[in-house]
Every structure is written in structure tokens, then in C-alpha cells.
Write a new protein. Structure first.
Length: 566
């Protein structure tokens, strides 16, 4: 028995690298998405207002996790998981390349639509395919570990992509950076093709059984009502939930949520309790995503304006040679290799919240003064620059700090997996629901790190070390490792076999709603004079989710025991 404990299917490495390259493209795009939208037109951006950019970001990542509901259903019943992965990958690659080639607003949104649809096919299918490879002995006992390893592949892609994004956008501009994301997705499909003989055994289309939901019912009773509800939410006068896009999204979710509730209501006695347990986990998980996905909005804002990003003089030269400077360009249009001048110069006008002021054409208004980066230096930094005003200051790109979270995932995954294996050998390993609740609590603690960062900055008056952000990402990553891969594993363990991908779509639906809430919460950033209160609200949400999880944990563990899984 001991010899089989570490066995994994041969298809795992191929799915690992396929997902790695798919996430490389996705997170490369996300890492620069908000920065691209708020960048003035004279430097190649779209010149959106910060609040609008945050709203679009939240809506986009929400929809990328809403479409797996339909994509998972079609993969389960019609396409199979292999075809769905190919369809999804090609659509996403086309979307990334479209973002790189077209700056016109209609084509910008069309490219986003391709990515959203593609993710709907790809995401639930590859996760379900992995779970299917673990259905037989001797792999069954290692499903949690398999999902943890798979999750590490996701984060290797998310780690390296931001360095590539920084290089591409600094040296060549926004367009080539987005096109690089498309290339990563296509390379992932190549890896997937190479491993097909080891993967195909998991490509099982479930046979139709009595009581199964029909595709026509999903399209007519769920998908069509969701579209209609979304349109109603968009055209209703006023902004009920803060913006037209938020109203449309919330309204569109109602028919989909109703569908999952009715799955539970109409389920037979054998399936009812597992489905109910999964719906409960989905409900508490969305609060985690509402906080976690602020890494692309509020935390990017913190990294850009409140974090000391100066490159030490000892390493400026090597970084110059690879253009890892913060995307500035001179009057000739040459990108990279440029430092910021501390002397008075013509710079964009910023308000007290550090938002760039733009005219009607999206051009940044100019003034004579110091660059925005120098406006909240501490006294020691100011004295240093006053002594050497002619010395340019080099910064590393804001998006590089988004690689901190995936770095922690890679570094901590062996630790977390090893810790739970240590407990397993002693018969004390927590159940999967217990790991999820633990993850919610640990994630809440990360918000307290950011509260401490606010106080360390004198109430956001001074820049602070990037170590505060690195520490906050480290704490929430431990929570993430207890929650996100465990959620995928739980769906695979508890779902009735004929609707596994459909329930995987439900997990991503909860992620979708959480992602949209993250954009709503981030848009409130500018409304808090004391930024600490912003993170106190996030802490309260995660603490509430923890308490709700604890209140249902006993029932969840009972269902796990009934299913004969841990």
C-alpha cells in the first residue's frame, strides 16, 4: 500500500503544462489590463477613468468564470472534454491577439468576448479531465495532492508572465504584450496534443440517464433568461448596484443561481445531500474571491502609487539591458532604459488620490512639476534625492508585484501538501471542507497585514516597502492553497458523475460572482479617506465567511463520510 501512495497518472504532467501556458496568457493579460485601460492615449492606452477600468476588470473576470456554467454542461453532454479544451484555447488565443491588434473600442470588447467564451469551454473541462484520471486505483487516494500539483502549474505560468509582460510592453508597447499572451495559449494546446495518449482515458462523455437536465432546457430556461435579465439590468434607470454593468451581471446571475438551486430541489435522495454540500461551499467561497481578486485593482493601485519601487543603483545597469524599467518613453517614442527625473518637468496632472487627469480625448493634462511617483516619498527618500537631483530614478514595473502571489504558491505548495500528508500518515488530516474553512480564516489575516501597511505609511502619506505587499500576498496564498484547489477536489469527489463538469461550472459561478464583487469593492477605494477602513471591510467579509463555514462544517463532514471520501 505504501508504494502506491505517491502514484499519479501519466497525463498529469501534460495537463500541468497545458494549464501553465494557458494561465501564462490569461494572467499576462490580467497583469497589464487595468494599467492599459487607464494609461493615457498618448502612451498607447485607452484613457479610461480608474473607476470605470475597475468596473470593466471586475465584469470581465466575473464573466470568464460565469461562462464555464454553459461550457461545462456542453463538455459533459456533447463535446467531451478534449474538444472543449481545443475550442476554448483557440477562442482565447484569438481574443488575446485581438487585444494586441485593435485599439478601437468595439473590437476591444469583442476580443474580451472571445476570451470570456473560450475560458467557459476550457476551464471546467481541463479540471474535470484531471479528476477523471484519478478515478481508478492506485491514483484515487492522491486526488487532493494531484489538484495541488496542478494548481502549482497554474501559478508557474502566472509567475513568469508578468516578467514577460514588463519586457514586452516596455520595449515594444501594449499590443505586442497582449499578442504574447495569445502565443502562450497556442503553445499550451501544442503540449496538450503531445500528451493525448495519456489524457484520452479521462475524456468520458456521461451517458444520458433518466432525470438528466436537457441541453434545450439549459439554453431556453437558463441561458436565454440570463441574457434577457442582463439586458433588463443594463437598461433599468439608475445604478442599483453601482453601475450598469454590475446591475446587468447581478440580474443575469439570477436565472443561473435558480438553476442550481432547482438541481438540489429536484435531486434524488442519493444526490441531494452532496449537491447541497457543494452549494454551501460555493456560497462561502465567493467571499474569498471578492477579496482575493483585488490583486488586479486595489492592490495594483497600492503597488503603483504607495509602494517604493525604486531599483537599487547596483542592479540598474543589468535591468536597463533588458528594458525592465517602468514603461516611460521620451519624445522620440523610444521605450525602456529611461529613469524618472526628480527635477521639475512636464508631467501629467494628478488629483489627491493619484488619478491621472485627462481631457476629452484621453490625453493626459500636463503641468510643470515632479512626477507622481515623487509626491509621497518619506523624508529620508526626499533628502537623498534633494542631494542628487540630477540622478534619474529607475522603477520596476507595477505588474511585477503581481508575480508575488504565484511565487508564494510555487514556494508554499510543497509545504502545504507535505504538511497535510504528514497529518494523513498520523490519521489527523483535516477533511476537504475543513481545509476550505481554514483557508478562509487565514485569508482574513492577510487584510490585517495591509492595515498595518497603512499605519506604517502614516495613513498613506508616505511610500512603504514592497515587503508589506509581499507579506500580505504570502498570508493570503496559504489561505488560497487551502481553499481553491480543495474546492476543485471537493467538486470532483462529491458531484454525481453525470453532472461533474456542470457542478465544476457551479464552482466557477461562485468564483464569478466573487470576482464581480471584487471590482465593486475596488471601485470604493477612492471613497475611503482612511485606506485602512477599506481593508477592515475586506477582513470583515472573510471573517463572516469563516463563521458561516464553521456553522455548516459538521454537516459537510457528515456528507463526506457518507460518500466515503475525506
Amino acid at each position: 500500500m505504501e508504494k502506491t501512495n505517491n502514484k499519479h497518472p501519466k497525463g498529469l504532467p501534460f495537463l500541468f503544462f497545458t494549464e501553465m501556458w494557458e494561465r501564462f496568457g490569461y494572467y499576462l493579460m490580467l497583469g497589464i489590463f487595468v494599467l492599459y485601460m487607464i494609461d493615457p492615449k498618448d502612451t498607447g492606452g485607452l484613457a479610461f477613468l480608474d473607476k470605470n477600468a475597475y468596473d470593466i476588470f471586475g465584469t470581465f473576470i466575473a464573466l470568464t468564470y460565469l461562462t464555464p456554467f454553459l461550457g461545462g454542461f456542453l463538455a459533459d453532454r456533447v463535446l467531451g472534454y478534449v474538444k472543449a479544451i481545443y475550442i476554448g484555447g483557440i477562442l482565447m488565443a484569438a481574443g488575446y491577439i485581438g487585444l494586441g491588434l485593435f485599439q478601437e473600442i468595439p473590437l476591444f470588447y469583442a476580443s474580451m468576448g472571445l476570451i470570456i467564451l473560450g475560458n467557459g469551454f476550457f476551464k471546467p473541462s481541463i479540471s474535470t479531465l484531471l479528476g477523471n484520471l484519478y478515478t481508478e486505483e492506485p491514483y484515487r487516494a492522491n486526488k487532493d495532492a494531484g489538484y495541488n500539483i496542478f494548481y502549482m502549474g497554474i501559478n508557474i505560468g502566472a509567475l513568469i508572465c508578468n516578467f514577460v509582460a514588463a519586457y514586452m510592453r516596455n520595449k515594444y508597447g501594449w499590443g505586442p504584450a497582449f499578442i504574447t499572451a495569445g502565443g502562450g495559449m497556442l503553445f499550451g494546446l501544442l503540449v496538450f496534443t503531445m500528451g493525448m495518449k495519456h489524457i484520452r482515458s479521462g475524456n468520458i462523455i456521461k451517458p444520458v440517464q433518466e432525470g438528466d437536465t436537457k441541453i434545450s432546457d439549459v439554453l431556453i430556461k437558463v441561458f436565454l433568461p440570463a441574457i434577457i435579465a442582463g439586458i433588463i439590468g443594463w437598461v433599468i434607470p439608475g445604478d442599483i448596484f453601482g453601475s450598469d454593468s454590475t446591475d446587468a451581471f447581478i440580474f443575469a446571475c439570477i436565472p443561473v443561481i435558480y438553476f442550481y438551486v432547482m438541481l438540489y430541489v429536484k435531486a434524488n435522495a442519493e444526490d441531494k445531500r452532496p449537491i447541497g454540500a457543494l452549494l454551501a461551499i460555493f456560497a462561502v467561497s465567493l467571499m474569498f474571491w471578492a477579496v482575493f481578486k483585488q490583486n488586479g485593482t486595489a492592490l495594483t493601485n497600492w503597488a503603483k502609487y504607495y509602494t517604493d519601487r525604486e531599483i537599487p543603483a547596483s542592479i540598474v545597469k543589468p535591468l536597463q539591458s533588458v528594458y525592465m524599467i517602468d514603461g516611460e518613453q521620451d519624445e522620440t517614442g523610444k521605450r525602456g532604459q529611461l529613469g524618472l527625473s526628480y527635477k521639475d518637468q512636464e508631467v501629467p496632472v494628478y488629483d489627491e488620490q493619484f488619478r491621472a487627469q485627462k481631457d476629452d480625448q484621453g490625453e493626459a493634462l500636463k503641468e510643470t512639476g515632479k512626477h507622481i511617483y515623487f509626491r509621497n516619498l518619506n523624508s529620508e527618500q526626499k533628502e537623498k534625492l534633494d542631494a542628487n537631483p540630477d540622478q534619474p530614478v529607475y522603477l520596476y514595473n507595477t505588474e511585477l508585484l503581481q508575480s508575488v502571489n504565484p511565487f508564494w504558491v510555487i514556494a508554499l505548495t510543497p509545504v502545504v501538501v507535505g504538511f497535510f500528508m504528514f497529518l494523513r500518515r498520523r490519521g489527523k488530516e483535516p477533511t476537504t471542507p475543513s481545509k476550505i474553512v481554514l483557508g478562509l480564516f487565514i485569508s482574513a489575516l492577510s487584510c490585517l497585514v495591509m492595515v498595518a501597511a497603512i499605519y506604517a505609511s502614516g495613513g498613506s502619506l508616505d511610500k512603504v516597502s514592497s515587503w508589506w505587499l509581499i507579506a500580505a500576498y504570502g498570508v493570503i496564498t496559504v489561505g488560497e492553497l487551502c481553499l481553491s484547489p480543495m474546492g476543485l477536489s471537493l467538486v470532483s469527489k462529491l458531484s454525481p458523475p453525470r453532472i461533474t463538469a456542470l457542478m465544476m461550472g457551479g464552482f466557477f459561478l461562485s468564483t464569478s460572482i466573487g470576482n464581480k464583487l471584487s471590482g465593486v469593492l475596488a471601485s470604493l477605494w477612492y471613497g475611503y479617506e482612511d485606506k485602512a477602513n477599506f481593508f477592515w471591510v475586506n477582513f470583515g467579509l472573510l471573517l463572516l465567511a469563516t463563521l458561516l463555514g464553521l456553522s455548516i462544517l459538521k454537516q459537510l463532514n457528515k456528507v463526506m463520510k457518507e460518500k466515503g471520501v475525506n
